[in-house]
Design a protein around this ligand. Structure first.
Ligand SMILES: CC(C)(COP(=O)(O)OP(=O)(O)OC[C@H]1O[C@@H](n2cnc3c(N)ncnc32)[C@H](O)[C@@H]1OP(=O)(O)O)[C@@H](O)C(=O)NCCC(=O)NCCS
Length: 222
């Protein structure tokens, strides 16, 4: 395995590191194992002891270890998830972009993404998810395990479509929107930015205001 701590100018464009050491990092490492496209050098998280192991890979350090890797062309996968707020994941995405990091879309070998669909940088499509024809997924959005994005749906940047959620055809979601597990959004609806939809909700009408919506049909959480 390439030793990322060696001070050589070796090109690392065939390698990848995961930034973040929590549960989402665990899921992303599993996706990376399955696609076998990049050599996984390890993960970076300032809260973890360098040179230890986490999820079977080496902890490379914190922020100080990131820039030298990025400068050598190493790809980066964001291992920070998004549940209550999109802010930490978005801030990390912005910082990595400013650093010039390569942030490829990452698609599980067990997902289906139509060749007619469009994925932005740092999009992550996990096991069993489907992104159908002419769907478009904005930068840094997570399409989690078994989620379904139907034809011509448009998902903004920094969204999280949680496990098993369904977005039907021609529906559009604004940026920073979170869909809980198993939530369903009916076809041809428009949802504004900064919306949270609770697990199991069914969105049957357009949602024009940021806020949290739960239930069947989905109503604002008082
Ligand atoms: C909707 C959600 C974001 C609300 O979280 P919250 O603001 O912390 O709200 P609370 O847990 O305090 O619940 C507030 C009220 O809404 C109800 N509620 C919470 N989530 C609900 C849901 N999904 N459907 C219906 N009612 C829900 C609670 O029972 C509570 O009702 P009460 O006031 O009568 O007791 C959260 O409950 C949720 O569904 N998160 C999604 C989790 C998920 O899918 N994670 C996937 C990760 S991949």
């Amino acid at each position: 395995m390439t030793d990322p701590s060696t001070p050589s100018a070796e090109d690392l464009s065939g390698s990848i590191v995961v930034v973040g050491g929590g549960g989402h990092a665990c899921a992303i490492l599993d996706v990376l194992d399955g696609i076998n496209r990049w050599e996984v050098l390890g993960l970076l998280d300032p809260a973890l002891e360098p040179s230890t192991e986490r999820y079977g890979v080496r902890v490379l350090g914190g922020d100080e270890a990131l820039k030298p890797l990025v400068d050598r062309g190493c790809n980066v996968a964001i291992g920070v998830g998004q549940v209550n707020t999109s802010s930490p994941r978005h801030a990390l995405f912005q910082r990595l972009r400013e650093m010039g990091a390569r942030l490829p879309a990452i698609v599980s070998a067990r997902a289906y993404v139509s060749p007619r669909a469009t994925l932005g940088p740092a999009v992550q499509v996990l096991h069993g998810a489907i992104v159908n024809a002419d769907a478009s997924i904005g930068a840094n959005t997570i399409v989690n395990s078994k989620a379904l994005i139907e034809h011509e749906a448009t998902i903004g940047a920094d969204c999280h479509i949680s496990t098993g959620a369904i977005i039907n055809g021609r529906t559009s979601l604004g940026p920073r929107t979170f869909l809980g597990s198993g939530a369903v959004v009916l076809q041809s609806l428009e949802l504004s930015s900064d919306i949270t939809v609770g697990a199991g909700a069914v969105v049957a009408r357009p949602l024009t205001r940021p806020g949290t919506y739960v239930g069947v049909p989905a109503r604002p959480l008082p």
